[in-house]
Structures are given as structure tokens and as C-alpha cells.
Write a protein that binds this ligand. Structure first.
Ligand SMILES: [Zn+2]
Length: 138
């Protein structure tokens, strides 16, 4: 099975080809934005008439069911699921602050941080109450 990123709620595949497709919103305006599937690659492709500012807080949402991806464990983190080749799941957390480079791979046993801003989250409790999505088996 190919590695895929999924919406934690409706489980639709967010990267049908390569890039991850998410809705990114600021206030009432929503845009489809492409993200690299490579962990630690922060390249973002926005529509040509849309730009986000460094440091701006944005919401990430599922393009299908419109669920917000805000993490249950931290307000400034968004989370999606990564289905690995063996069919098991990891949580993928990333900063909701545009331009901030912090990504996390979260399994039952450990959290791995990527990106130059990841160290700031070292003390975070990824496994606390509400740390898993409803009905999720990771
Ligand atoms: Zn969804």
C-alpha cells in the first residue's frame, strides 16, 4: 500500500497524486493549497492571487468534509493522519503559523520532530487527554 495522508475525520486521501491538498483559510476566505508530501519540505503552492504572510495563523481544513485539522492537544498545531505502507497510522502534526517550520510524526510510542522550529514544542504532551481523534486507532 502506498503511503498516504488522510483526513482524520472522513479518511479521504489528501494526496491522490503527490502533493497534499488542503483548504487553508483566513477569516472567511478559503483556498486550496498544495503541500509537499516530504516531511521537512515546507514548499507551499498557493493560487497565484493569494499570499499568506510569515507569522500569520491559518486554519487547515479537509477539502472534502471541511473538518478543521486543529490538533486536540495544542491550539497552534494542526494534525492529519499518515497511513504507512504496512497499513498502520501515524499522526502528523504541523504548525498553524505560516512560515513556521515544525512538523511532528506521532506514534503510540514516540514523537519525532522535524524543522528548525520543532524544538520549541519539546515539552508538549502529545498523548494527553484528548490526544487522539475520536475513534482513532493509531
Ligand atoms: Zn475530511
Amino acid at each position: 500500500m502506498k503511503t498516504s495522508y488522510l483526513c482524520p475525520r472522513c479518511r479521504i486521501v489528501l494526496n491522490p497524486h503527490q502533493e497534499i491538498i488542503m483548504l487553508m483559510s483566513r477569516g472567511e476566505s478559503r483556498h486550496l493549497v498544495l503541500f509537499s508530501p516530504r516531511i521537512g519540505d515546507y514548499k507551499v503552492q498557493t493560487p497565484s492571487d493569494v499570499s499568506f504572510k510569515e507569522g500569520e495563523a491559518v486554519e487547515f481544513m479537509c477539502p472534502s468534509c471541511h473538518a478543521g485539522f486543529r490538533s486536540p492537544v495544542a491550539d497552534d498545531i494542526a494534525e492529519i493522519l499518515l497511513r504507512q505502507e504496512d497499513g498502520t497510522f501515524l499522526r502528523v502534526g504541523f504548525s498553524r503559523t505560516y512560515g513556521k517550520q515544525a512538523t511532528f510524526l506521532i506514534s503510540r510510542k514516540e514523537v519525532k520532530g522535524f524543522g528548525e522550529d520543532a524544538a520549541a514544542y519539546r515539552e508538549m504532551n502529545w498523548f494527553g487527554e484528548g490526544g487522539l481523534w475520536e475513534g482513532e486507532q493509531v
